[in-house]
Write a protein that binds this ligand. Structure first.
Ligand code: GTP
Ligand code: MG
Length: 370
C-alpha cells in the first residue's frame, strides 16, 4: 500500500506542513506531521494546493535501474576480488599489509599503508588481484543480503598455532553460503608451536578437504610477519581466478558496490566503491543506495587522483550528496534528474517503512496496556 507522511508530502509540494494539516482537517482527516496518509488522500491534498500529480510506482523507478543495461562491448578478463576472513588475531590485517607490500606499482612513495576498504596489487607478472579488507563478517553478510556479491574468492586465514576457532567456522559458513571458493592461508608458521598439519586436519571437520589429503581445497603456508609464502598465495589466487574465467565489459556505464562510506570533515561524503562492470569516470552521475551524486574526484588505493576506474578496480569517490551504506549498489545514470528522483524515492520509501515499524510498535504497546 502506497503512503506518504504529511511532512514528506508538504516538502514535495514545497508547502508548509501546518497548511497541509489544515487542508486535511477540512477533509475530516486528523493527522500529525509524522503520520502517513494513503495515496488517494494525498492526491486530494495535492489537487487542493493546485499542484500537478505524478504518481511513481515501485516498478517505474526501480525497473529501469535494476535491469542491467544491455551492453554490446567485448568482455575482457578482470582481476579477481578476494576477501580475507578468519578468526580474531589470526593475522588478517597483517596478511593484507604484507600482500600490499608486494605491489610493484607501489613505487618509492609507498610504505605508508593508509587504511582504506579495498586495494589492488599488481604482481611482477603484470597480473592484478583486488583485496577487500572487510571490517568483519557483518559487512560481508550485509553485502550478501543486499545482493551485492562482490567477492570471487575467500582467503581463509587460520593461525597455525591456534587452529580452527569459532569465527573461522563462521567464515567457512559464509563462504559456503555465498558459493565462493575458499583458499586457506595457514598463517604464523614462523611461530613456535605452529602446527600446520593439525590445522589442516581440523578443516576436515568442516568438510574442507585439503589437496594433500585428497581433496580440492588448496592450503598455503604463510607468515605475514616474516613474509613467507606470499607469492605462493598470490599464485594460488590467480590460478583459482583463471578457473573462474572472470570477465567484465569495460566499455559501458559503471555498476559496482559500495565497500564502505563515511562523512569526512572537509571532504564531504566519501565512498570506497568497487567497480564491477563498465568504467567509472570523473563527472559521471550516479545513484548509490538512497544517495546520488556526480563524481567530483576519483582516488586510487594510494590516494592518487585518477580519471577513471574499470572493472575490479576499487576507488574512492567524492561528490556524493549523502552517505550510502556498505553493500549498496552503485549505478551510473545518464541524467541528474533521474538520479535525484530515484534517490528521493528510495529515501521516502525507507522513511515510510520506518514509520510503519514505529507505528506498529506503538500499536503493540497500546495492546500491552489493555
Ligand atoms: P583482528 O582484526 O583483530 O581480527 O585481527 P587480525 O586477524 O587482523 O590479526 P592481526 O593482523 O592484527 O594480527 C594479530 C597479531 O598476530 C599481531 O600481534 C601480529 O603481529 C601477529 N601476527 C600476524 N601474523 C603473524 C605471523 O605470520 N607470525 C607471527 N609470529 N605473528 C603474526
Ligand atoms: Mg584486523
Amino acid at each position: 500500500p502506497e503512503a506518504i507522511t504529511v511532512g514528506d508530502l508538504a516538502n514535495r509540494m514545497a508547502e508548509r506542513a501546518t497548511d497541509v494539516i489544515k487542508s486535511l482537517m477540512k477533509m475530516g482527516v486528523m493527522a500529525t506531521v509524522n503520520q502517513a496518509i494513503d495515496a488517494d488522500t494525498a492526491e486530494l491534498v495535492v489537487e487542493e494546493f493546485g499542484h500537478r500529480i505524478k504518481r511513481v510506482s515501485d516498478a517505474d523507478v526501480e525497473d529501469a535501474l535494476l535491469k542491467p543495461v544491455e551492453v554490446d562491448g567485448d568482455a575482457v578478463t578482470r582481476a579477481p576480488v578476494v576477501t580475507v576472513m578468519g578468526h580474531v588475531d589470526h593475522g588478517k590485517t597483517s596478511l593484507l599489509d604484507a600482500l600490499r607490500a608486494t605491489d610493484i606499482a607501489a613505487g618509492e612513495a609507498g610504505g605508508i599503508t593508509q587504511h582504506i576498504g579495498a586495494y589492488q596489487v599488481t604482481m611482477s607478472s603484470g597480473d592484478k588481484i583486488t583485496f577487500l579488507d572487510t571490517p568483519g563478517h557483518a559487512a560481508f553478510t550485509a553485502m550478501r543480503q543486499r545482493g551485492a556479491e562482490v567477492t570471487d574468492i575467500v582467503v581463509l586465514v587460520v593461525a597455525a598455532d591456534d587452529g580452527i576457532q569459532p569465527q573461522t567456522v563462521e567464515a567457512i559458513n559464509h563462504a559456503k553460503a555465498a558459493e565462493v571458493p575458499i583458499i586457506v592461508a595457514i598463517n604464523k608458521i614462523d611461530k613456535e608451536g605452529a602446527d600446520p598439519s593439525k590445522a589442516k586436519t581440523q578443516l576436515l571437520e568442516h568438510s574442507l578437504v585439503p589437496e594433500d589429503m585428497g581433496g580440492d581445497v588448496i592450503c598455503v603456508e604463510v607468515s605475514a610477519l616474516k613474509r613467507i609464502g606470499l607469492e605462493a598465495l598470490e599464485e594460488t589466487i590467480l590460478l583459482q581466478a583463471e578457473m573462474l574465467e572472470l570477465k567484465a565489459v569495460p566499455d559501458a556505464p559503471a555498476r559496482g558496490a559500495v565497500v564502505e562510506a563515511k562523512l569526512e570533515v572537509g571532504r564531504g561524503s566519501v565512498a570506497t566503491v568497487l567497480v564491477q562492470s563498465g568504467t567509472l569516470k570523473v563527472g559521471d552521475i550516479f545513484v548509490a543506495g538512497q544517495e546520488w551524486g556526480r563524481v567530483r574526484a576519483l582516488l586510487d588505493d594510494r590516494g592518487r587522483q585518477i580519471q577513471e576506474a574499470g572493472p575490479s578496480v576499487p576507488v574512492e569517490v567524492l561528490g556524493l550528496q549523502g552517505t550510502p551504506s556498505a553493500g549498496d549498489e552503485f549505478i551510473v545514470l545518464q541524467d541528474e534528474s533521474r538520479a535525484r528522483e530515484i534517490a528521493d524515492y528510495r529515501q521516502r520509501k525507507n522513511r515510510e517503512q520506518q514509520f510503519t515499524i514505529a507505528a506498529r510498535g506503538t500499536l503493540e504497546q497500546m495492546f500491552e496496556k489493555v
